[in-house]
Design a protein. Structure first.
Length: 598
């Protein structure tokens, strides 16, 4: 489909990244050349090909080439811990990989590593038709790893048929040839399927967000500079952009959000400010190829929750009770989904596949399967679905589906940890975070804090960032209920003791003490010392926007969005405020000190 689009509009821009542009003709030619190299290396129909590259035009070429060669791409984030990548590669049993010369070595099991920086061999780069790729509609197109209920990541295998169902004739969005999609999600996150392939199959321009971590200002600038018209945001990012940069969404024609529960008030504010804009709440597990249901509207809703909509084209939905009987409209039940979007299953895990992917007893065709989402929903009077919660303990952290047992399993690997528990907590900025508890007997209070910080460092070395707990509280014991199970309701929920590696340094003056109070309110951590690092305390880019807004209110000073990245401690930030002399800023240290007393 991408090749056919390239034949229709060869000179149109397919991909843009900053000042760089790649035409559809060049995309197709470059992908063909790399596909021949992959075939020469042994890639055949269904071969899993690991890819470890930062977001770039080259990455998009590589993904296209892997599909042309008949392989299925498995994205590995260079920013993730090496041990996490090694686990995934070991589970996937991948034999092929594409990297660049700056990439760290991959696992030993990779037999063929192609570098995009190295010149192609002449034989592999000869023009002409690619050999047959032995693939069909149900052949794997990509593998996306999710956190499993056992704490072991599982690779979801998604077919070409499933992607086709998502992007060919969507009934919930109108895609125009002059649309500009923003590719902002990590390619290992299933929403990238919609961003990348809808754009390239429909002849649009795919604009790439800046590589690495982008702050809110950078995102808004990219949206404006690239003229983005179709934009997908995680719920957390959506809420922050509506709160702080509502005016920056003016070029967007269709905005999609999801990954977690959305605030109805934020949706109303968006639509009131931009009446030209169409909004979609997109819901769906990775196992059903990005979107299962969508609620698309241009009008605000008075519902207490934002609906998740109706099944998209090529998808069926059934709300069942524990006996797999349909529940009446309006009653809560578990959502089961079927149709062409259902994944092939879990890579190399037939038992887990058989448990979650079962025969579709409601489907019109024999042999089709449906997937058990584990989500509790109900049908509203207008036919839309209303999402309530997860049936199990899985939660969403920054748009990623997370199973707390993953953290508990890692904590229990330490021989001194006798019991472990993890649960979610809503911080001062309204974001969902993980808090972990570890039972270790015989520790003094000071030793417990140091031990907890050490545990967190160990987890940060082996787990993705969204699975690293905000804090790890070390307790003499974890409360149990009458059945001997962890009583999560009895775990402490007060402010979290500081859980960082450095020693506590008392704030030096009123200004630093006021900053420590602001940080404590936002992070729910106390005490906070003069040399504590905002990000090591659990802060992140979205929370940084909240803090900068609070500082502007308290001190009447405008600070650049990158301030907290460049000056991430209380002492550093206090020095910035003392030196601020911009419009509306305190003109002297004394005036800043006066602001703290007020």
């Amino acid at each position: 489909m991408v090749a056919e689009q390239a034949a229709r509009t060869p000179e149109a821009t397919a991909i843009s990244h900053g000042d760089r542009r790649l035409s559809y003709r060049q995309l197709d030619a470059d992908a063909d050349a790399l596909a021949r190299r992959l075939r020469a290396a042994g890639v055949r129909g269904g071969s899993v090909v690991a890819v470890m590259l930062d977001r770039s035009i080259e990455l998009m070429v590589v993904l296209t080439a892997i599909l042309k060669a008949g392989g299925a791409y498995l994205y590995l984030d260079p920013a993730e811990p090496a041990e996490q990548r090694a686990r995934i590669l070991d589970d996937a049993r991948a034999r092929f990989a594409v990297t660049d010369t700056g990439t760290a070595p991959l696992a030993d099991g990779i037999e063929h590593v192609l570098s995009i920086d190295e010149p192609a061999e002449a034989a592999a780069a000869e023009p002409g038709l690619l050999p047959a790729t032995e693939i069909g509609p149900d052949s794997p197109a990509y593998v996306c790893y999710t956190s499993g209920s056992t704490g072991v990541p599982k690779g979801v295998v998604v077919s070409h048929r499933a992607i086709f169902r998502l992007i060919d004739t969507p009934d919930w969005i109108e895609v125009r040839p002059d649309d500009v999609f923003l590719q902002i999600t990590r390619v290992g996150f299933d929403v990238s399927t919609f961003e990348i392939w809808t754009s390239l199959v429909k002849g649009c321009r795919l604009a790439l967000a800046p590589s690495g971590r982008a702050d809110l200002d950078e995102i808004v600038k990219t949206v404006h500079d690239e003229g983005v018209t179709i934009l997908w945001l995680t719920s957390g990012l959506f809420h922050k952009l509506v709160t702080h940069h509502l005016e920056g969404l003016g070029t967007v024609r269709h905005l999609l959000a999801g990954g977690d529960v959305l605030s109805p008030d934020h949706v109303r504010r968006l639509l009131a400010a931009h009446p030209h804009l169409t909004f979609t709440n997109g819901y769906g597990p990775t196992e059903n190829t990005t979107f299962t249901t969508c609620w698309t509207t241009r009008r605000s809703s008075d519902n207490e929750r934002v609906p998740i909509g109706t099944p998209v084209h090529g998808t069926t939905a059934a709300i069942l009770d524990d006996a797999m009987r349909p529940v009446p409209p309006g009653e809560w039940g578990e959502l089961w989904v079927g149709g062409d979007g259902v994944a092939t299953g879990y890579l190399n895990k037939p038992g887990a596949t058989a448990e979650k992917f079962v025969a579709d007893i409601f489907g019109p065709e024999p042999g089709r399967r449906m997937y058990r989402t584990g989500d509790i929903v109900r049908e509203l009077p207008d036919g839309n679905l209303d999402f309530l919660c997860r049936a199990d303990r899985q939660v969403k952290i920054r748009g990623y589906r997370v199973e707390p047992s993953t953290v508990e399993t890692e904590l229990l690997k330490d021989p001194r940890v006798e019991e472990a528990a993890a649960l979610t907590h809503t911080d001062g900025a309204g974001d969902t975070r993980l808090i972990a508890y570890a039972a270790v007997s015989g520790l003094a209070e000071e030793e417990a804090a140091t031990f907890g910080a050490g545990l967190r460092e160990k987890l940060a070395a082996v787990l993705p960032a969204h699975l690293v707990p905000w804090a790890i509280l070390v307790l003499p014991e974890i409360p149990l209920n009458a059945n001997g199970k962890v009583d999560r309701g009895a775990l402490p929920s007060a402010k979290i003791p500081r859980n960082v590696w450095n020693e506590y340094v008392e704030p030096a003056d009123d200004l630093e003490r006021r900053l420590a109070e602001i940080w404590s309110d936002a992070l729910d951590v106390e005490p906070i010392g003069s040399t504590d690092n905002f990000f090591e305390l659990g802060g992140h880019s979205l929370m940084a926007a909240e803090l900068l807004a609070a500082l502007q209110r308290d001190f009447a000073v405008d600070l650049p969005a990158r301030t907290l990245y460049l000056r991430p401690t209380i002492a550093d930030l206090a020095e910035v405020l003392r030196q601020s002399e911009g419009p509306g800023s305190p003109e002297s240290t004394q005036e800043v000190e006066d602001a703290t007393s007020r």
